[in-house]
Design a protein around this ligand. Structure first.
Ligand SMILES: [Zn+2]
Length: 202
């Protein structure tokens, strides 16, 4: 397992220009590199460059059952299942994870798709859009404090590091109705990032 220092952590965020307050947040994040999940490389030839990051979209996994595992290995295997779901040629057949980051129940932040590449997480709205998935079904369960604290830290770091960044939830951006990121996480997002027009929440 890589033991990330601040320099390596900044490698997770191409083009990031964080002020000292942002770097202090970054130091607090427990980042797990994609290489800890899988040795399988993404199909880079099928991915588009991200270019400038202009928005972040927050999702939940939204599987039919609540996700309750805290264990690092169980979480890693869960993410391998999601990778298979996203890349299976008989299924979605995407080049890699659809999302860029996952936030687990213990507050770990897992790198999924390299942020240098466009994701596959909001149909027709993936350009310049970083996708963060929060593990759980928040129509059925409440996110624990550790999880939303880490989500807030990740979002606040990125707000400090990129200019003119907008934050959305999936249901705010989707062309088709969706409950994603689930009603409990939507409420938390509204309470935490709502009303902050300067930060672009819409
Ligand atoms: Zn979603």
């Amino acid at each position: 397992m890589v033991q990330p220092g601040t320099e390596l952590k900044l490698d997770f965020f191409p083009g990031a220009k964080a002020p000292p307050s942002g770097l202090a947040i970054l130091k607090s994040l427990e980042l797990v590199p994609r290489s800890a999940i899988t040795a399988a490389l993404p199909r880079a030839e099928d991915m588009q460059p991200m270019g400038q990051i202009r928005r972040i979209t927050v999702h939940h996994t939204g599987f039919p059952d609540p996700w309750l595992a805290d264990d690092v290995n169980a979480t890693g295997y869960h993410l391998v299942d999601i990778l298979t779901l996203h890349t299976d040629p008989a299924g979605r057949n995407w080049a890699d994870f659809g999302y860029h980051y996952a936030v687990d129940r213990m507050g770990r932040i897992w790198q999924l798709r390299d942020l240098r590449f466009q994701g596959a997480h909001v149909k027709n709205h993936n350009t310049h859009n970083a996708g963060i998935v929060v593990l759980g079904n928040f129509d059925l369960q409440q996110p624990p404090g550790t999880q939303v604290t880490a989500l807030a830290a990740l979002l606040n770091f990125m707000l400090s590091a990129y200019d003119n960044l907008q934050i959305h939830t999936h249901q705010q951006l989707a062309d088709q109705p969706t409950s994603c990121p689930g009603r409990h996480l939507q409420t938390w997002m509204d309470q935490t990032f709502g009303g902050t027009a300067a930060k672009g929440y819409s």
